[in-house]
Design a protein around this ligand. Structure first.
Ligand code: AGP
Length: 368
């Protein structure tokens, strides 16, 4: 076991630091001649392009990855996307139609709720696509087609490298589905170029490790942590909070910043730490105004922003700033989650909890 961890103390730590490599293997051989080649989808692209809607279905981190992909799938394909937590779709017996493309996202490919939702979608006649890390899994065998994310074996119960590879696999899927649209060619080219530079940007953001350890130290005794995101990074807020709660055993909530005034603002005081994700994209000025409103209520803020934006997000140095490298806006969630993964990891070690095997949790939830 020690050998497999190499020079790392825990699998989660190793898997976080492996991401430049795992993302490279996710994309290997798939970005070709300025386009995307996904062998597992090729035969079904025409059907997907004609579908009435795409329905993303998953649990936990895999659901969050799909949520991160939602906006660019809508943008690049023009197909409406709806989101389903697998257990909730089953509880409601929600509508799934023959004209739907149901995309199932699962690292293990063996999550009970996701597989039951797959059976349900198959019974209802939808085209079923699998996005999984596990070749030969039930998910990859039962779906009509799909994409293997090729992130390599993930051992830590907290999913880290699978999350970023899932987003990249779905970005490639969106590019492939939208490849017949002339109007979005320039946007597709920019995203493909962003994908190519992603592993080196991830290596750069991993250099924040020591800074995140220091931040973890300052939060060690906090009872709660809020994470505010919006747009492409709403999913980052949910996923960052999930990491903190599942391994560091600290109460944490990811919140849609646009909902702040509709309740969460009441929680703000000088003690509750709040992370605000405010990297540069179309929502940037709205996040600047959220920061101002939180500061005027004496909020204890930690702001994640694009490199060079520190004074724009926090003019008088009244908050702690995490500066991250910038990539194409729709790929920014891949970069932004990494400091939060590092924060969750260090918080767990400092609080003395089991990193790779958090209490009460299993890597794969194979029962309902
Ligand atoms: C992730 O850190 C969690 N351990 C959990 O939410 C997980 O993502 C979920 O159980 C789904 O697993 P899957 O991707 O294997 O389907």
């Amino acid at each position: 076991e020690q050998i497999k961890k190499g020079s790392y103390d825990h699998f989660m730590q190793k898997e976080i630091h492996e991401q430049p490599h795992s993302l490279t293997t996710t994309m290997r051989g798939r970005l070709k001649d300025g386009g995307v080649l996904l062998g597992g989808l090729k035969e079904h692209l025409k059907t997907i392009r004609r579908c009435r809607r795409v329905v993303f279905i998953g649990c936990g981190t895999s659901y969050n990855a799909a949520l991160a992909a939602r906006t660019f799938v809508e943008e690049l394909t023009g197909i409406p996307v709806t989101m389903e937590v697998a257990s909730d779709l089953l509880d409601r017996q929600g509508p799934i139609y023959r004209e739907d493309t149901a995309v199932f996202v699962s690292q293990s490919g063996e999550t009970a709720d996701t597989l039951l939702a797959l059976d349900y979608a198959l019974e209802n006649g939808a085209l079923c696509v699998g996005i999984t890390n596990t070749v030969g899994s039930t998910l990859s065998r039962k779906t009509h087609c799909g994409v293997h994310i090729n992130a390599g074996c993930e051992i830590g119960v907290a999913s880290t490298k699978a999350y970023t590879s899932q987003i990249v696999a779905m970005a490639m899927m969106a590019l492939a589905i939208g490849s017949d649209q002339i109007s979005t060619q320039a946007r597709r080219d920019a995203i493909i170029s962003g994908l190519t530079s992603l592993p080196s940007c991830v290596s750069e953001v991993l250099k924040l490790d020591a800074e995140m350890k220091e931040l973890a130290y300052s939060l060690i005794d906090s009872e709660s942590l809020l994470v505010f995101g919006r747009g492409y990074n709403y999913a980052t807020a949910l996923e960052g909070a999930l990491k903190v709660k599942e391994v560091a055993l600290m109460h944490s909530e990811g919140m849609l910043a646009g909902e702040m005034k509709h309740g969460p603002l009441a929680l703000v005081d000088e003690n509750l730490p709040i992370i605000v994700i405010a990297t540069h994209d179309a929502c940037f000025s709205k996040q600047q105004s959220v920061i101002q409103q939180l500061l005027s209520r004496k909020g204890r803020l930690i702001v994640m922003c694009s490199k060079g934006d520190a004074s724009a997000v926090c003019p008088n140095g009244s908050c702690r700033v995490i500066e991250v490298p910038g990539v194409a806006d729709c790929l920014q969630p891949v970069i932004n989650i990494i400091p939060l993964q590092l924060l969750a990891y260090h918080l767990t070690v400092l609080r003395g909890f089991d990193v790779d095997q958090p209490r009460n949790l299993a890597k794969s939830v194979t029962t309902q």
